[in-house]
Design a protein around this ligand. Sequence first.
Ligand code: FMN
Length: 369
Amino acid sequence: MSNTKQPLLQPLDMKGLSLSNRLVMAPMTRSRADNADNAPTELQATYYKQRASAGLIITEGSQISPRAVGYINTPGIFSSAQVEGWKLSTKAVHEAGGKIFIQLWHVGRISHSDFHDGKLPLAPSAINPQAKSYTPKGFKDTETPQEMTIEEIKQTIQDFKNGSKNAMEAGFDGVEIHASNGYLLHQFFSRTSNVRTDEYGGSIENRARILFEIIDEIKQVMPENRIGVRLNPSLHGVFGMTMDEESIPTFDYIVERLNQYDLAYLHLSEPFSDVSGLSFAEPNIAKRYRPMYKGTLIINAGFDQEKGNQVILEGLADAVAYGKPFISNPDLAERFEQNAELAEWDEATFYTPGPKGYTDYPALSEVKA
Ligand SMILES: Cc1cc2nc3c(=O)[nH]c(=O)nc-3n(C[C@H](O)[C@H](O)[C@H](O)COP(=O)(O)O)c2cc1C
């Protein structure tokens, strides 16, 4: 296959937004907003600019309110200091010719009372995920969260809307709703974390309701074709999530219903763990959902260059989101173009403060020099 024909390196028209290639930088928490405002700084701007040759960057999960936070030093998108801080990143990426969406995040029951002056984290139901929370005082066992009142649900929907408004002000090309990986919205979708008996629990339609109410609100403050949604349908045994026989039908319903919107994209992950032994899990996410979803489909998790090109060639996705490879290869697109070796990532510095393991991975041209 000649380089110019690599499917990953072909441009993509994403609902009117021109992406120079089909490599997407997956959202990754890097915990370096270690200032009192949890505002991004020049450090994040440098990091994202280094990776601007990706067709699209999706930022790390960014809390939409103080109640949404669940990890130390993650950036927010609810205060003016945060908006000002993010302007540095959007400007840097745009000047380098890239595109950048922000991931809007609420962790729900994965948070801890240490973040909230002793108040319990908010979640659909009072069910402890039996996971770990990364608090200002180190790793702690998660707690039994407080079941959200209807008022708190409505407030959270407004917080997503406000985060989107702020994102537009900060210069982002769009937003990604984090409805994935066992965080708040995923907690609403699952019967094992949502046992509510009101309009947000019980039936599939009720458990999915909050997502559509959020999209409907965000649409009021920004174009629908700049909103992306992230889902992880076969997440099992990770982040306190457990699948059951209604899990996949729930995601089928969500994906079908997303067709009624003119979204920027749907971003799906293949299973994070081996689910081949689970009769009610779907081991092949792209295969199941490509025929179902009519819009732009981004696929993620565990892809290398060859598998990425293959999945696009087979028509199973429009673009591929790479996570860890982008941590250690800021110029991943150029490396694919040159069929070059990839640098290994160092897990020890995924979440540590400062430039080490963050902005000090060289591009290939710097290595050669
Ligand atoms: C350090 C790190 C932080 C992550 N943070 C987020 C996040 O904030 N939001 C999210 O949706 N996924 C997050 N993920 C998951 C990645 O987006 C991606 O799904 C995962 O790394 C699998 O893709 P990969 O095999 O290409 O790395 C994170 C992953 C890593 C390694």
